[in-house]
Design a binder for this molecule. Sequence first.
Ligand code: URA
Length: 235
Amino acid sequence: MRIRLDKYLADMGYGTRSQVKQQIARGNISVNGNPAKRPEMKIDTETDQVSYCGANAAYEQYEYYMLNKPAGVVSATEDRRASTVLDLLCERKRKDLFPVGRLDKDTEGLLLITNDGDLAHRLLSPGKHVDKVYYAEVDGRVTAEDAALFLRGVDIGDEKKTLPARLEILKTAERSVVRLTICEGRFHQVKRMFHAVGKEVVFLKRLQMGSLQLDDNLKPGEYRKLTREEVERLC
Ligand code: URA
């Protein structure tokens, strides 16, 4: 890809376009070993070597992060009142990152954050039926009958019933523990499915989205870059 030098640097988080222009004017930027003079200079992101104050400034067209979303932050790029999932990503370079889909404010777990719009579209498109796996703690005794209902589809007040969902009961008690796999992404879907069978979700965590699994080593609020294999499998 060929882009202007000032856009290249701004994309990689070296400041606004006007700030990077100042850096160029101060001689802090070099391209292939030579001081750069023109912000509009075209850079081949594959082959040209850009450096900032002598340090390599490699270009990344896309960034992919897996966040273990903690409760209490919103899945948005900005919010007037609450902190957002993007506020948690301190090392990101690109400014055009966004969360792929939403988790409720009180839901924890796997959230993919990227600037790859095509991938996001493929994962979220209703026609693609990408599996999402949730761990849930539910107030009330979850039964095999609930599992059979979920498999048939339940009426959650929308025009159509939910598509078949797989409910695994890990523990039946006053507070039951389950794993639920759904292939849609309707608003508050998991909570509404349990509500439809007379139960309330009291804790919800997403474990998996498509081929991407939440890394057990990430504590709530922690994140890491996706590995190359994870990106390739998702794409
Ligand atoms: N279903 C819900 O009810 N909430 C979420 O955050 C995700 C799925």
